[in-house]
Design a protein around this ligand. Structure first.
Ligand SMILES: *Cc1c(COP(=O)(O)O)cnc(C)c1O
Length: 412
């Protein structure tokens, strides 16, 4: 072999090697093999830790890290992290901007909807009184009760009880009115429980208005639709709580408290950066404050109709992949009421043909490659539910293929 031949051969080899490594960088081989890696170095970080990333076909569950932020949000957070800033100044500026965007009186970025519940409650109990703020959760000399409908009790009311208050459970409007006294600090409403309670939103606000007691609503997971972001303030709720890391796709540890100016100012004083406050543990940093604002701006600009259509198409595609499976009895689209209000897929199979329960199918999807998480539902039923709104581009195809494989073979 001449020098020239060797060189050409070598060049050819290098060219092939170059092409090979180029191909390896193209997203599809990684995309087919595993979920990680699509987001730049994310796969690398998790791989080094031995933590397996997952395809989120469940929804905005905190346990599953809720959402993936759009690139613009991640970039804004990185930029926010490049210099120091005064947190009170940043909170005031961002709060003002958010209030303008949503057409509400005032706004505060919190560490989540749970943090918003704590800060909102503290605001109603201690107000702006430094002495009282320092004393919480010791309520001496302060109002001690929060009224809630029995059917509205939920896990996150712990964030309200953390302030030291006692929840007073009521059922009817008459009972509600009778329970309001000089000890009542607040009336609390869980938005997603509206169909279950006797007193609906508008009537609840009416009772609060009549008695002069502030009322707060937790609508953490209740965007979309975008209209919810200002609807409850307009309806008359004094304080409204949202998660930043759910439908808004902002930082996972961010949230919004929206409402009356005096209460929002008091809420800020009852939390970080104020060291001696009940809400100090729910700290929010400059990156989250900026990240949530940018996420909200993006969210409000989004073409929600087009996005809905895209979600529907993804659901249809998943349903189409499993419809022809013999064991599948029903494959349908559904939209949950109020919270997580987006198109989902529900697949029901005949346990006589496919002797599996939901938990078996969920485990097989979890254990497969890539790991897929589906929506939590009744563990022993022959039904699986899939959310598409937190899927990354094209992941619905993997979900469709894996679901089909699992439903086709009880031994997969
Ligand atoms: C998720 C959720 C919360 C908690 O929200 P974070 O933003 O994670 O603090 C509170 N209330 C309800 C109804 C929720 O769905």
């Amino acid at each position: 072999m001449s020098y020239k031949e060797a060189l050409v051969g070598r060049r050819g080899f290098l060219r092939d090697a170059g092409l090979f490594s180029l191909l390896a960088q193209v997203s599809w081989p990684r995309f087919l093999k595993a979920a990680p890696g699509r987001n730049g170095s994310a796969g690398g970080v998790y791989a080094r830790l031995g933590v397996r990333p997952l395809i989120n076909a469940a929804g905005t569950y905190t346990t599953l890290s809720a959402c993936v932020m759009p690139r613009e949000v991640r970039k804004a957070m990185e930029e926010a992290g490049e210099s120091h800033v005064s947190i009170p100044e940043l909170q005031a500026a961002v709060g003002k901007r958010i209030a303008e965007l949503l057409g509400v009186e005032a706004a505060l970025v919190t560490a989540g909807s749970a943090a918003a519940l704590t800060l909102g409650t503290a605001a109603c109990v201690a107000g702006k009184d430094t002495e009282k703020i320092r004393r919480l959760p010791d309520l001496e000399g302060m109002k001690t009760e929060v009224i809630i409908q029995k059917s509205h009790r939920f896990a996150y009311d712990h964030a309200v009880r953390a302030v030291g208050v006692k929840l007073v459970e009521v059922e009817s409007r008459a009972e509600m009115e009778k329970s309001i006294s000089g000890r009542t600090a607040l009336m609390l409403f869980l938005n997603s429980a509206d169909p279950k309670g006797q007193v609906k939103r508008a009537e609840f606000v009416e009772v609060a208005r009549k008695t002069g007691v502030p009322c707060m609503i937790d609508a953490a997971a209740d965007t979309p639709p975008a209209s919810h972001l200002s609807e409850y303030n307009k309806m008359g709720f004094d304080l409204v709580c949202f998660s930043g890391g759910k439908g808004l796709q902002g930082p996972q540890c961010s949230g919004l408290l929206l409402g009356r100016k005096d209460l929002i100012e008091a809420a800020f004083l009852n939390g970080s950066p104020h060291s001696d406050s009940v809400g100090r543990a729910a700290k929010v940093g400059k990156e989250e404050i900026v990240g949530l604002l940018v996420a909200l701006e993006l969210y409000l600009k989004r073409d929600h109709k087009a996005q809905w259509k895209d979600w529907e198409q993804q659901v249809e595609s998943i349903l189409g992949a499993v419809k022809s499976v013999a064991a599948v009895k029903k494959a349908e689209m559904f939209v949950p009421e109020i919270a997580n209000e987006t198109p989902h897929a529900r697949i029901v199979w005949d346990p006589q043909i496919l002797p599996l329960k939901r938990k078996d199918v969920a485990r097989r999807l979890q254990e497969g490659e890539p790991r897929i998480e589906v929506r939590p539902s009744a563990e022993d039923e022959p039904v699986v539910e899939v959310a598409v709104w937190m899927l990354q581009p094209k992941e619905y195809r993997i979900v469709a293929r894996r679901l089909r494989e699992v439903l086709l073979s009880p031994t997969v």
